[in-house]
Design a protein around this ligand. Structure first.
Ligand SMILES: [Zn+2]
Length: 104
């Protein structure tokens, strides 16, 4: 299923629900934690967005991790794993699939 809701739509005032196509006010949509007020569809969130929903602002500090290897599996099926990793990193803006927060 393709998600068309833009949960990071800070630059725009309106988002469209990926299920019912309702036009939603982005600020209200973010207050509703990425759930469509018309049909109840939960949009996909990024890891940083989910952490922001769960944690009080300023209660945790994101830990930096060592840069992961470029291709730890050295594996290929239909496409080389290194290509998949490169694409996922570009899509998410993250180097790894893990975020670590440190609490004081
Ligand atoms: Zn909807």
């Amino acid at each position: 299923m393709t998600e068309t809701i833009e949960p990071t739509a800070a630059a725009t005032d309106w988002v469209t629900c990926g299920r019912c196509s309702a036009l939603l006010y982005a600020k209200r949509f973010r207050c509703d934690l990425g759930v469509c007020s018309e049909c109840g569809h939960h949009c996909r969130l990024t890891a940083p967005e989910r952490l922001a929903q769960l944690l009080d602002e300023g209660s945790a500090t994101l830990m930096t991790s060592p840069k992961p290897p470029e291709d730890p599996l050295d594996f290929a099926d239909l496409r080389p794993y290194a290509d998949r990793l490169r694409e996922a990193r570009a899509d998410t803006g993250m180097d790894d699939a893990l975020l670590q927060d440190m609490f004081p």
